[in-house]
Design a protein around this ligand. Structure first.
Ligand SMILES: [Zn+2]
Length: 236
């Protein structure tokens, strides 16, 4: 009678699984490098806002926002490139990962800056202008000391960073809808981010959601804060 081939020894099985895992991780970082495609548009987008500026406040806000946006995509691309190409240099990869995580805090602060700086929204918003940067610094210090240690605290940090400034700009008459929509994209994106390993291409999908969310926010800032005809209605 035909006999079945003997099962591979457990040692070999383990090795195969490890190889598959490595292949998957590699693919994830390789795909995520497409994030680099957004670096140049972010720079151009920031410059467009800068040149549309009518005063010093607009220029500073454009500069902060453009840098935050570009910085996010640069650090993310650097980290994923490092994780893909030089993953054997654990220490270097770890450093890039930390920078990537810190950049998210500064990116959120930068995204709120134009709204907080260019609209007159009361004393709370006034304080929030600098408070968001303090929050970003605290988040970064946390990343520096406890990187990847308490996943839930990490997530809560980002949620707080995203939600607290929103509270003081909800009273705006225009732009809230777009801001909320961008926020929803980030929120759904986080679900994919957390499904890494469970859903195929989850991390790449997360990046897509971030790009769309950032795109919507850019559109809102350009339209409501920088377009010449709207600047007159909404200026401070
Ligand atoms: Zn990523």
């Amino acid at each position: 009678p035909p006999t079945r081939p003997p099962p591979p020894p457990p040692q070999k099985k383990k090795k195969k699984k490890k190889q598959q895992q490595k292949f998957k991780t590699n693919k994830k970082h390789q795909l995520s490098c497409f994030e680099g495609l957004w670096i140049l548009p972010s720079m151009v987008g920031g410059s467009v806002l800068y040149f549309l500026s009518v005063d010093q406040w607009h220029r500073v806000a454009a500069w902060l926002y453009g840098s935050g946006l570009t910085g996010l995509f640069i650090t993310s691309t650097l980290f994923h490139t490092a994780a893909w190409k030089i993953s054997h240099l654990r220490q270097v990869e770890q450093r890039f990962h930390m920078c990537d995580r810190m950049a998210i805090y500064f990116f959120i602060a930068a995204s709120y800056s134009p709204w907080l700086m260019l609209r007159e929204l009361g004393p709370w918003a006034c304080h929030m202008r600098w408070l968001i940067w303090v929050m970003a610094c605290i988040g970064s210090v946390y990343v520096f000391f406890f990187h990847e240690r308490y996943k839930l605290v990490e997530l809560l940090g980002y949620v707080a960073m995203g939600a607290v400034p929103a509270l003081v700009i909800l009273c705006m008459r225009t732009g809230v809808c777009e801001l909320a929509m961008g926020g929803v994209f980030y929120g759904v994106g986080v679900v994919f981010f957390k499904s890494d390993g469970l859903v195929p291409f989850a991390h790449a999908i997360w990046h897509l959601f971030v790009a769309v969310g950032a795109g919507i926010h850019y559109y809102a800032i350009w339209r409501y804060l920088y377009l010449p005809e709207t600047q007159l209605q909404t200026s401070r």
